[in-house]
Write a protein that binds this ligand. Structure first.
Ligand SMILES: Nc1ncnc2c1ncn2[C@@H]1O[C@H](COP(=O)(O)OP(=O)(O)OP(=O)(O)O)[C@@H](O)[C@H]1O
Length: 259
């Protein structure tokens, strides 16, 4: 695995068609960071993560510090097609595509790595099961095993613990901590603030714009969470791409979406 670089977002605005979902976000995740992204529903968390993952082109601004193939990305579970007719072992082996390409078959050593990853997420015995026969938690474990094999310096996770029970949560948090110990940069979108406080040293609070970013205890304050809720409620869903005059608004308190 190559060393990760710091990830920098510079005045990033992203959205769909001409509608910004998240705007003018500037922040830095130092390499090796274990960071959570939190905020109300519709705050733009997934949109921001998709931009960092290179799945969505920014409308404005840029993401720095990522190299092609250097990111392992787990989308929200609802976006993953489970009817795909493959077994657990085949799904996990897809994490090797950057080593194998589309046509080469895995070597014995690579098959052993697949087996090790399956064991690490507690899915021994499930290798030959097809995805449509797995429970939600088992499927999420399999997706984590696939991410392990990608061996990427940056791991981006969108709500990775949705619908998993306490035992699975514990196991998957262990995987995440291991990635952190190995020096990877891990950024996860999460809703469970208690979990964020317990596991993530750094947090980013979004509500269509950046509300706070830094050490988790300083970000997840009542005042910041209230401000995030108010900003989210004030946001105009139908707004077109904005054109903030930074000098005119410098020093102003944020007040929703400006046009
Ligand atoms: N593919 C899309 N096309 C059009 N609009 C979209 C698309 N995906 C998201 N949006 C809109 O962008 C905004 C931000 O959505 P996003 O999914 O980034 O929020 P989120 O913070 O991840 O929300 P949640 O916590 O509910 O998952 C929402 O208003 C949403 O309706």
């Amino acid at each position: 695995m190559p060393d990760p670089a710091d990830i920098e977002l510079l005045d990033l605005t992203a959205g769909y068609e001409r509608h910004p979902a998240v705007h003018h976000v500037s922040l830095r995740w130092p390499r090796g960071e274990l960071a959570a992204v939190v905020g109300p529903n519709g705050a733009g968390k997934s949109t921001l993560l998709k931009c960092v993952a290179g799945r969505l082109r920014p409308m404005h601004g840029e993401v720095r510090g990522l190299c092609p193939g250097g990111v392992a990305y787990l989308p929200q579970i609802s976006e993953v097609d489970r009817s795909f007719p493959v077994t657990v072992a085949e799904l996990v082996a897809m994490g090797l595509w950057h080593e194998l390409g589309l046509l080469r078959r895995p070597s014995r050593a690579q098959r052993e790595r697949v087996q090790t990853a399956i064991a690490a997420v507690g899915l021994q015995g499930f290798e030959s099961r097809t995805l449509d026969t797995l429970s939600g938690g088992q499927f999420q474990r399999a997706l984590f095993a696939r991410l392990m094999l990608q061996d990427a310096p940056v791991v981006l996770l969108d709500e990775p613990f949705t619908g998993v029970d306490a035992r699975t949560l514990e196991d998957l948090v262990c995987v995440l901590r291991r990635w952190h110990e190995e020096g990877r940069t891990v950024v996860a979108v999460l809703h469970d603030l208690e979990l964020v406080r317990a596991v993530f040293p750094t947090a980013t609070l979004l509500a269509r714009e950046l509300v706070a970013h830094g050490p988790t205890a300083q970000v997840l304050t009542d005042a910041h969470l209230l401000r995030a809720r108010r900003l989210q409620e004030a946001f105009d869903e139908r707004a077109e791409l904005c054109d903030i005059d930074e000098t005119a608004t410098a020093g102003e308190a944020p007040h929703g979406h400006r046009h």
